[in-house]
Design a protein around this ligand. Structure first.
Ligand SMILES: *Cc1c(COP(=O)(O)O)cnc(C)c1O
Length: 363
């Protein structure tokens, strides 16, 4: 199954932009990878003297700060990830940015950072996408403009405490289609490490969780796995999520099982929550509950979900000697249907009855 009509890139590039006179950048959108390249503008806003400043677009993509900034010593940093893309109708849109605003608000509070107001978050996303409209890939290219809002402590701290100055920033960068040669199942392994502590910070989107999971992630890649499937950090008997994506399973009767964490260590993925709604709309039953590793061999499909790929099918999960195989050859029908429906809603091919697609006016 091919998830994006990559063959139509040429056409998309020749077609005049319908909604705007803005000239697209001269980029071979279909061969973009997932690497940073700076665009025309970033958005920046500073917090000082107890309040957030006005915020502005900036062509400066570097940050200069004190060597004593709280970020560098006590890791006060949180981030988000979403994307802007072009629909079939030619609109530039992003998907549920209000959910990212809300999650970043929660993440910031957990790390004693002043949360960035949610309405201003969405407004800043709109501003920075608008200013970089020429970098938003055309419909049909499979590429998107990745949006990375992030926030960090710039104020000096030497004794352990929250800093009193912060910066909120959004960078955007064009990225290529997640799957270049069609969607292919991947293998996961259960590592000997945890990505989060019980009742720690696993449920917020903070760089510190990634610092934790990098080492096991490198080991997994060296051993030929796409990612790690982490177990609950308290009893190591329940499945939680991978380094950067939630997981879901399909029962033999076609219904969905979504792991829940009793130690609050699963990140609340917006894609996963949207897929649960999509599944219910399609008439599936969805069980959201703790899921033992020992029961996953009774399921017939598994998928990882996150903004980047929507759903990546998981073909095999290994834990020491034990191998649970769902099939490396094809994508299961339920994961395929969920994926098609959600990507259809995103592109405008399927009715958006929950108002998830957020249009950005670029004129
Ligand atoms: C960002 C992230 C996800 C996916 O969340 P989405 O909102 O669906 O992109 C899942 N797990 C972790 C650990 C993450 O950081």
């Amino acid at each position: 199954m091919t998830c994006v009509p990559i063959g139509s890139i040429g056409d998309a590039r020749r077609r005049p932009a319908r909604r705007s006179s803005m000239e697209k950048k001269d980029i071979d959108w279909g061969s973009l990878g997932f690497a940073y390249q700076h665009t025309d503008y970033s958005y920046v806003c500073n917090y000082k003297d107890g309040e957030w400043g006005e915020g502005e677009l900036t062509p400066d993509h570097s940050i200069v700060m004190s060597e004593c900034a709280g970020l560098l010593h006590y890791c006060q940093e949180v981030f988000e990830g979403l994307k802007a893309y072009t629909t079939e109708a030619g609109d530039i849109v992003c998907f549920r940015p209000d959910m990212n605003a809300e999650r970043m608000y929660d993440s910031a509070q957990r790390l004693c950072m002043p949360p960035f107001p949610k309405d201003r978050f969405v407004d800043a996303v709109e501003q920075v996408v608008k200013a970089n409209a020429a970098w938003v890939p055309p419909f049909g290219s499979g590429a998107t403009l990745y949006i990375r809002p992030f926030m960090f402590a710039t104020g000096d701290v030497i004794g352990v405490k929250p800093a009193d100055e912060y910066q909120f920033r959004i960078l955007v960068t064009p990225v290529g289609p997640y799957y270049k040669g069609g969607v292919k199942p991947v293998k996961l392994q259960v590592p000997e490490f945890d990505r989060a502590a019980p009742h720690g910070t696993g449920n917020i989107k903070a760089g510190l969780n990634y610092a934790m999971s990098l080492y096991p992630s490198v080991l997994a890649h060296q051993a030929g796995y796409a990612d790690n499937l982490f177990l609950d950090p308290q009893t190591r008997t329940y499945v939680e999520e991978t380094g950067g994506a939630n997981v879901m399973f399909v029962k033999p009767d076609g219904n969905l099982v979504v792991p829940q964490s009793f130690t609050d260590s699963i990140l609340p993925s917006i894609t996963r929550r949207s897929l649960v709604q999509v599944a219910e709309d399609l008439g599936l039953e969805v069980e959201q509950r703790p899921v033992k590793f020992d029961e996953i061999d009774q399921f017939v499909e598994c998928g990882m979900c996150g903004t980047a790929a929507v759903i990546s099918p998981v073909g095999e999960i290994d834990y020491g000697e034990k191998k649970v195989v769902y099939g490396m050859e094809h994508v299961g029908p339920v994961m395929q249907k969920l994926r098609e429906t959600l990507t259809g809603i995103q592109s405008g091919a399927v009715e958006d009855k929950h108002n998830w697609v957020h249009k950005i006016d670029v004129e």
